[in-house]
Design a protein around this ligand. Structure first.
Ligand SMILES: Nc1ncnc2c1ncn2[C@@H]1O[C@H](COP(=O)(O)OP(=O)(O)OP(=O)(O)O)[C@@H](O)[C@H]1O
Length: 284
């Protein structure tokens, strides 16, 4: 099996005679992150379920190194009639025994879940349930994690918290195989990207655009005159400003890392609060 901890050979899947996946081979090594992309219905979830052993292929095999424990973060959750706290307590005891309860508390804080712990899960929003699934999987300390749309429905700050946490886990040796429509998760984490197209796994040629560049990411709380300020930003920073996206009262800016200091000065002068700053590499 070389360096791989997971290997799929010639995997195909048919549903009621319709071929969804055809002759897919893939291997993943320790500490590697693989991104799966493709249009709705191309078979990403199906492949993740087969790789994680939740579903059988129609033909082909999947093998995993002995001792590798895995978890799947699914794209949706059952809305059960148990509070979030009870559910987590239950899963936590099952997964990690009495080990380090502090970590669970830290995740609740970082993912802003503390106010929802006594709410029955059937009343929780999609994003909140997704966060619960993410925390459950992280507490389980697996060697291999499958993530199916893990950012789906999550607020921006929680998305960033998750990306940072996954980066740490990957650096510590965790293998990640993820399907995601938000390309920035994949761009920030993936070592290899594949597109599922017409049932086949295509080397992510259309998604790997070339060299990596370092970019600055800022989350800024809107102040006065947002329209005017956006115009000034575009005028002053031109092509060094890669993009601005609205998230309610926050704006997410991506820019050339070289202008980060100037951006700090700019927002300092107009008294707009920078909620978060980070740097990331992206494919360009
Ligand atoms: N249990 C099932 N029975 C029949 N068809 C299924 C079943 N599960 C999935 N499919 C079909 O297989 C195809 C692939 O579905 P899948 O959920 O894997 O796609 P996906 O790439 O994850 O989509 P999305 O991006 O929308 O999440 C779709 O056409 C879907 O309708």
């Amino acid at each position: 099996m070389n360096n791989s901890i997971l290997e799929a050979k010639n995997v195909s899947k048919k549903y009621e005679g319709k071929t969804v996946l055809q002759d897919i081979s893939l291997s993943a090594g320790k500490g590697e992150a693989i991104g799966l992309v493709g249009v709705n219905g191309c078979g990403k979830s199906t492949l993740l379920r087969i790789l994680s052993g939740l579903s059988n292929p129609s033909s082909g095999q999947v093998s995993c190194s002995p001792g590798i424990r895995m978890a799947l973060i699914p794209d949706r959750y059952e809305k059960i009639n148990m509070t979030l706290q009870k559910f987590m307590d239950h899963m936590y005891r099952m997964e990690t025994d009495r080990e380090n309860r502090d970590e669970m508390g830290r995740y609740f804080r970082e993912f802003h879940l503390e106010s929802m712990l006594d709410t029955p899960m059937k009343y929780l929003s999609k994003g909140t349930l997704q966060k619960a699934g993410v925390i459950q999987a992280l507490l389980g300390r697996r060697e291999l994690l499958f993530l199916d749309e893990p950012l789906s429905g999550q607020d921006t700050l929680s998305q960033m918290t998750l990306i940072q946490e996954l980066k740490k886990r990957k650096a510590a040796g965790m293998t990640l195989i993820m399907a995601c429509h938000e390309t920035y998760l994949i761009e920030e984490l993936a070592d290899r990207i594949y597109e599922i197209k017409d049932g086949h796994l295509e080397d992510g040629i259309s998604y790997v655009y070339g060299i990596r560049r370092k970019k600055a990411i800022l989350l800024v709380k809107y102040g006065e005159d947002s329209g005017q300020i956006k115009e000034r930003l575009e005028k002053q920073f031109g092509e060094s400003l890669y993009g601005m996206t609205d998230y309610g009262s926050l704006c997410r800016l991506e820019a050339d890392v070289q202008i980060a200091e100037e951006l700090f000065r700019f927002f300092g002068e107009i008294k707009w609060h920078i909620v978060r700053y980070e740097e990331a590499e992206e494919l360009c």
